[in-house]
Design a binder for this molecule. Sequence first.
Ligand SMILES: [Zn+2]
Length: 363
Amino acid sequence: MASINIRRDVKDSFYRYKMPKLQGKIEGKGNGIKTVLPNIAEVARALSRPPAYPTKYFGGELGAQVKIEEKNDRYIVNGAHDVNKLQDLLDGFIERFVLCGNCKNPETDLIITRDSSIIRQCMACGQRSDVDMRHKLATYIIKNPPPKDKKGGQHASAGTSSGNGHAEGGEEEGDPTEEMDRLAKEAAELEIDDDDEPVARRQKALAGNFTQGDEDEGAEDPYDLLGDYINAKPESDLDIFNKAKELNLYKKHRALVVVVQCLFTDPATIVKDVAKHATLLRSFGDSDKHQRAVLGGFERVISESLDALLPKVQPILMALYNADVIEEEAFLEWGKKPSKKYIEKDVAKKIHKAAAAFLQGFY
Ligand SMILES: [Zn+2]
């Protein structure tokens, strides 16, 4: 296998840090055309990063969907992409997420700090350098942290990167601590959301009618208050988030429906606006319910300007995907069938039809 320097700007053939040259294989045709990365696992191992990171990085840089199947060792970027272009993009990934910011050595570990920033810890010079958290991949890494402390360390090692192909593969799956973190997070979210089920709300409203009747009159709905606040055009998304906090809505998935409806009012700039407000959309939470609520908000926005926005359904969904607001699983769940949860059924059908090719990209 052809080996190249991890730092391609270093021309010295005795440079210690090597990786296999990236391979790409184009499969399928038409809408289903895709670029399979047959040796990205080996390349990623040489960089001591999970193969999902560079794959996702390619997708973000190319505006393309990716498919990551760790178990089957299948890593795919949708569309036909020249392998030399991908190799060039990989340089950017290495610069941003592998090399030490101080000495440019590739023997680094990624560490996620308590306040959710990412640091490259260098084994060569000992320095810690920040990763640019504004980069899209940073969000993905926070959500999918590197596997913890493998035997022999996880940093890049000189020379011995190839070989023992699948020996390490098994360690990627089923880290019990990650699983526990995930369950704890899910449990916390269930608790927060307990009063949000439509049925529960209806029952509560009914209960009100049969008892005190007028107890809620005059008290304004906090969701309406949040909507009014956003409509008055606050200066920044942080202001909106703080207002949601003040109203005790900042973890409520339903608040996202309001935020999306009030924020994405201009059909002309809606696709660009997704990236602009992505951090706000993510900061309410990323459970299935939160992601569904964002999609619900956009369903309503689209239904209000159907003619202008039906042609933009795919770019909007792609922007939400690229900004890591909505993940593959949430799209697939949503795509199963049109629902009248947020909009009229026949409008939902039209939106789903417009989204078909985008959803197809995940299969
Ligand atoms: Zn260093």
